[in-house]
Design a binder for this molecule. Structure first.
Ligand SMILES: C[S@@+](CC[C@H](N)C(=O)[O-])C[C@H]1O[C@@H](n2cnc3c(N)ncnc32)[C@H](O)[C@@H]1O
Length: 273
């Protein structure tokens, strides 16, 4: 019997019946998808024809991340578009946004540095009303993707290396500086799940020898961009947290570590006095 979902040179006619939900679940489960039922529901919801469904399932079973199959990721209740070659926003990073809003519920100027898809900036903009939003990334694919996601919020997305990308007019005015930098130690990138290793760019993952190279650069320069009372928030790992806190403190920020057990998220928060 031919496999249920295989690449076919000739797409099925529009009248072809949709494969049953159970067969989609079975195909996903056989490919090792742990949340096969949930994924099947999303994929079935995205496909308008049997041909589309077959194509979507084929992509997923060959290892493409679900978010790239669908073209979007959910982040704090928003649908964030994700395009090939751009880091998929993680649910864990929602904690960074929650902490930013707790610290600065009335923030007027927000920067999403190392923005990737712009999920963090979009979530902050949605929660804050109409802040001035700037986002920046060194990767042109991320800049393009973030421009789409931040257009409705009026966000401006800049291309370039960290703070070099930002307009001078922002200096000293930032209430929330969110930076989900790459923080995987170079030697551990090869240990990441295949979905990350094979589909996300190295520049989005590799944080140098101890994973903290980019974080240290951000911390050192942040005080020049923060408004008085403004805060820098960076996600890190449990193991890296002490060194990350130290980098913030050395930069002159009043620093604390926030932890979400539920999301297994660690966020270093530094305030400019
Ligand atoms: C871990 S991803 C986070 C993306 C996004 N903030 C999110 O949470 O989904 C890190 C991002 O940092 C960007 N990046 C890495 N080095 C950078 C640099 N020197 N300047 C600006 N962006 C950089 C990568 O291109 C990537 O999009």
């Amino acid at each position: 019997m031919p496999p249920l979902f295989s690449a076919s040179p000739c797409p099925p006619p529009f009248s072809a019946p949709l494969p049953s939900p159970d067969s989609v679940v079975a195909a996903l489960r056989a490919a090792g998808c742990v949340f096969a039922e949930d994924e099947a529901e999303l994929i079935l919801g995205a496909a308008r024809t049997a041909g589309e469904l077959t194509a979507l399932v084929d992509r997923r079973v060959t290892g493409l991340p679900l978010e790239l199959v669908l073209g979007w990721a959910e982040f704090r209740g928003l649908r964030i578009s994700v395009t090939p070659g751009v880091f998929v926003p993680r649910r864990r990073t929602e904690f960074l946004v929650t902490e930013a809003l707790a610290h600065a519920p009335d923030a007027a100027v927000v920067v999403d540095l190392c923005c990737g898809s712009g999920a963090v900036g979009a979530a902050l903009a949605a929660a804050l009303g109409r802040p001035e939003v700037h986002a920046a990334d060194v990767d042109p694919a991320a800049v393009r993707c973030a421009r789409g996601n931040l257009a409705a919020a009026g966000g401006r997305v800049h291309a370039g290396d960290l703070f070099d990308a930002l307009p001078d007019a922002v200096r000293g005015r930032v209430d929330v500086l969110a930076a989900n930098v790459p923080y995987v130690p170079t030697g551990e990138v090869g240990l990441l799940p295949a979905e990350a290793r094979d589909h996300e760019p190295l520049v989005a993952l590799d944080g140098g020898t101890d994973g903290l190279d980019v974080l240290r650069r951000v911390a050192a320069e942040a005080p020049r961009w923060l408004a008085p009372g403004g805060c820098l928030l960076v996600e890190t790992s449990e193991r890296q947290a002490p060194a990350a806190v130290d980098a913030f403190t050395r930069a002159g920020l009043t620093t604390r570590l926030a932890v979400s057990e539920e999301l297994y998220a660690h966020v270093v928060i530094g305030v400019r006095d």
